[in-house]
Design a binder for this molecule. Structure first.
Ligand SMILES: Nc1nc2c(ncn2[C@@H]2O[C@H](COP(=O)(O)OP(=O)(O)OP(=O)(O)O)[C@@H](O)[C@H]2O)c(=O)[nH]1
Ligand SMILES: [Mg+2]
Length: 217
């Protein structure tokens, strides 16, 4: 990754990030501690790629062309937080299994979906969920189910359009506008939609700033 982070976000996102834990079921979650930022979305939407692009480390979260790559809640933290003398806020980024992948065995899909839904509605240290939407496909029924769950649980979420390099530039502002209209009445949806491309590095600074704001509020 060659894109740079803005000056303010550099201390956090300019650090090396490390994988600390993969959580296959709720009982393996770490104790609630630092603020968590989760990345949710349909299978293959680009969750793991976006985390890698944000921290500038291509191989950190495993990505794949095959849907269903991420199978646990994967926790990533900036390396080297030293505690009290460190004035940067500690935090964790949580990469999630995708929902809506119909090809995997039903029991597996059910288990992932349950894990994702249980985590999203029951984690007090979860500060913000980024719900990723593929620019080419828009909001689908299972995305709406996730919005409804987050609205009900009063968990703040923001929509991030992914893979904008795959659509015409002129279509991006229109899609942002359409998406905003679709979530206008949703109480826990942040009324701003981010347009990103992990491939081209687009929209990443905006997302980094939004994350910093979400964890320091
Ligand atoms: N063109 C383009 N391709 C992307 C972008 N982001 C991700 N991809 C591709 O989309 C595919 C899926 O990316 P992942 O990051 O593994 O998606 P995921 O949402 O983590 O998928 P699961 O873990 O299976 O739910 C990979 O082939 C990526 O290279 C992007 O911004 N642009
Ligand atoms: Mg993934």
């Amino acid at each position: 990754m060659t894109e740079t982070t803005s000056q303010d976000d550099k201390p956090l996102f300019g650090r090396p990030w490390i994988f600390i834990r993969g959580v296959p079921a709720m009982k393996f979650l770490p104790p609630e501690g630092p603020p968590e930022i989760a990345f949710a979305g349909r299978s293959n939407v680009g969750k793991s790629s976006l985390i890698n692009a944000l921290v500038g480390h291509k191989g950190l979260a495993r990505t794949s062309n095959t849907p269903g790559r991420t199978q646990e809640l994967n926790y990533f933290v900036p390396d080297g937080f030293s505690g009290a003398e460190d004035d940067l806020p500690p935090m964790a980024l949580v990469d999630m299994p995708g929902y809506g992948y119909a090809q995997a065995p039903k029991e597996q899909v059910d288990a992932w979906t349950k894990l994702v839904f249980d985590y999203l509605r029951g984690r007090s240290t979860l500060k913000r969920v980024y719900v990723l939407i593929d620019s080419r496909h828009g909001i689908k029924k299972n995305d709406e189910e996730v919005f409804a769950l987050l609205d009900k649980a009063a968990v703040s979420y923001q929509i991030v359009l992914t893979k904008t390099d795959k659509i015409k530039d002129a279509g991006v502002p229109r899609l942002v506008e359409e998406t905003l209209q679709k979530i206008a009445k949703r109480p826990a949806a942040y009324p701003e939609v981010l347009a990103t491309s992990s491939e081209k590095g687009r929209g990443l600074d905006e997302l980094r700033s939004a994350i910093i704001t979400a964890i320091t509020r």
